[in-house]
Design a binder for this molecule. Structure first.
Ligand SMILES: Nc1ncnc2c1ncn2[C@@H]1O[C@H](COP(=O)(O)OP(=O)(O)OP(=O)(O)O)[C@@H](O)[C@H]1O
Ligand SMILES: [Mg+2]
Length: 272
């Protein structure tokens, strides 16, 4: 499967329709082996839906999603995970009563019988050990996931993903709700992970992108608005317009998105 020498992921002419509404309306999206790609766009742009299609959660009305040359459309979620595609969700999915290491082990052992979870710490597999090391969760291995801080929990989810040894990781807003310090640590973690994985990250925060992104794809109303470096994307008048309109609406409503969308368009109506 790894013999395919084209792009790792090739999405072509993708369309997703919910009750007549085109949430994805003709997307072409290509990610090369080893990329750390950022996906941005205003609320409702279709970012999560795109990931839902890639991972088999949502069926497209049209188009193809080729992973190492093989079409994923029509395959079951667990089959896609086994092929090497892993994702996190916008909401947390860790098991609170299980410890950090048990959560990682569960993620790593999704093909093994449940009794193997009873293994002792020193029996931890290479995949779990690697996931703990890269996320820095070693010190918290024996703590129940329920007591972790928000940031630590996100790192655990990323660790659970890595423990599954995916070749492509899809992360949906991993720094949402994090403190500045946690954001920096997550940025470094993503950079580290991207050394031997291909990673697609959905993120709204322009400051975060400025520090850690190279190539950014901007979605808007189910289409690719533009793609390029952070500077190119920020300078694009269409991108400014999309976020400007949003900033105006928010200024009018006196309401700001807790997940940081407003950080892209400032209240002064400027893409920073
Ligand atoms: N299961 C569904 N049924 C109906 N409409 C849906 C469904 N899932 C998503 N949508 C709609 O599709 C559009 C794209 O949603 P999506 O969640 O992909 O946006 P997003 O870019 O991830 O936005 P956000 O930044 O808010 O997470 C939105 O208008 C949303 O309301
Ligand atoms: Mg989303």
């Amino acid at each position: 499967m790894t013999e395919h020498d084209g792009a790792l992921l090739e999405v072509r002419d993708l369309a997703v329709v919910f009750d007549g509404f085109r949430a994805i309306d003709g997307i072409d999206f290509t990610v090369q082996h080893g990329e750390l790609r950022f996906l941005i766009g205003p609320n409702g742009a279709g970012k999560t839906t795109l990931i839902d299609v890639i991972t088999g959660l949502t069926k497209p009305a049209a188009g193809s999603v080729r992973f190492e040359g093989i079409d994923l459309v029509g395959r079951k979620e667990h089959e896609i995970v086994r092929m090497g595609v892993g994702r996190t969700f916008q909401t947390s999915v860790v098991f609170e009563k299980l410890t950090v290491v048990e959560n990682l082990d569960l993620a790593a052992s999704f093909r093994r019988p449940l009794w193997s979870l009873a293994r002792r710490r020193r029996g931890v597999s290479d995949a779990v050990a690697a996931a703990m090391e890269i996320t820095g969760l070693d010190a918290l291995a024996g703590r129940p996931a329920g007591v972790l801080s928000h940031g630590q929990r996100q790192w655990l989810e990323i660790g659970m993903l890595i423990a599954q040894r995916p070749r492509l990781l899809l992360l949906d807003e991993p720094v949402a709700g994090m403190s500045a310090d946690e954001r920096s640590r997550t940025g470094l973690l993503l950079t580290e992970i991207a050394k031997d994985h291909t990673v697609i990250v959905i993120e709204h925060d322009m400051e975060f992108l400025r520090r850690y992104a190279s190539v950014v794809t901007v979605l808007h109303e189910g289409k690719v608005l533009t793609e390029g470096s952070v500077d190119e994307v920020r300078a694009d008048p269409h991108v400014q317009e999309v976020y400007l309109g949003r900033a105006r609406e928010e200024a009018g409503a006196g309401d700001h998105d807790a997940r940081g969308t407003a950080a892209v368009g400032t209240s002064a109506g400027e893409v920073k």
